[in-house]
Design a protein around this ligand. Structure first.
Ligand code: 13P
Length: 260
């Protein structure tokens, strides 16, 4: 059984006081919703404050990035154990980090490995760019990204995948439920080939890209899609609450996989 995840990636938005305000607006509502893992990922500087606010609730905390070294002279970076003290999840390899910060498959691989070693739950982002999509190269690109950044052990350790087609991020041009279901089925097939049926069936694979309260139902009702990584709509308490609520109502727990 796969419990759906709705994770809010706040990206580079909110000061600490704004983060506190936003969490105060949604904490209780989120806490009351069952059968969904609810994760919020504010900027690093707000993790400690948000952690205090959600203590004792069912809301979980995640970071948006990590560095792979354990400690030392890496000015400005945040080490795995620093995060492990504050949060449970970490987003790794987001397309914005690949694009603006030159993160390669190899760097992302090291980050996932370091996160798992520190006991964090990595959410690995993959997805094709518009021109790759238009050239019919989606599956090829995704295969390459997974090959470069994962090992069998990562899947066995509970790696979470977020399929985020770059052309759908922040554009208002979400993919369709059917498209995403097919691609996530393909990803599950890759995991099946690398590991086994059980791990493929247990791995949670999310969709990300212009998810809102108006279209979440389309994704959650698909058998392969285990939740969403939400950007813009996670910064609005009412939107995010509605997305989580609909996921709980429609999504429930998912069983089985195309690869079985
Ligand atoms: P949007 O929901 O704003 O399109 O962002 C998606 C995303 O990048 C989540 O990581």
């Amino acid at each position: 059984m796969r419990v759906p995840i709705i994770a809010g990636n706040w990206k580079m938005n909110t000061t600490v006081s704004e983060a506190v305000e936003l969490v105060n607006e949604m904490r209780q509502g989120l806490d009351e919703i069952d059968n969904v893992d609810k994760v919020i990922c504010p900027p690093f500087i707000s993790l400690a404050a948000v952690r205090e606010l959600i203590k004792g609730s069912s809301v979980k905390l995640g970071a948006q990035n990590i560095y792979f070294e354990e400690k030392g002279a890496y000015t400005g970076e945040i080490a795995p154990l620093m995060l492990a003290e504050l949060c449970e999840y970490v987003i790794i390899g987001h397309s914005e980090r690949r694009q603006y910060f030159n993160e390669t498959g190899e760097i992302i691989n090291r980050k996932v490995q370091a996160a798992l070693k520190a006991g964090l739950k990595p959410i690995l982002c993959i997805g094709e760019r518009l021109e790759e999509n238009e050239a019919g190269r989606t599956e090829e690109v995704i295969s390459q990204q997974l090959k470069a950044s994962t090992t069998r052990k990562y899947y066995q350790s509970g790696l979470i995948i977020a399929y985020e087609p770059v052309w759908a991020i922040g554009t208002g041009m979400a993919a369709t439920g059917k498209q995403v279901n097919k691609t996530i089925g393909f990803i599950r097939q890759i995991i099946y080939q690398k590991c086994c049926t059980r791990v493929a069936q247990e791995t949670r694979i999310l969709y990300g890209g212009s998810v809102t309260a108006d279209n979440i139902a389309e994704f959650i009702s698909q058998p392969e899609i285990d939740g969403a990584l939400v950007g813009g709509a996670s910064l609005k308490a009412d939107q995010f609450l509605s997305i989580v609520k609909q996921t709980s109502e429609i999504g429930g727990l998912k069983e089985g996989a195309s690869s079985s």
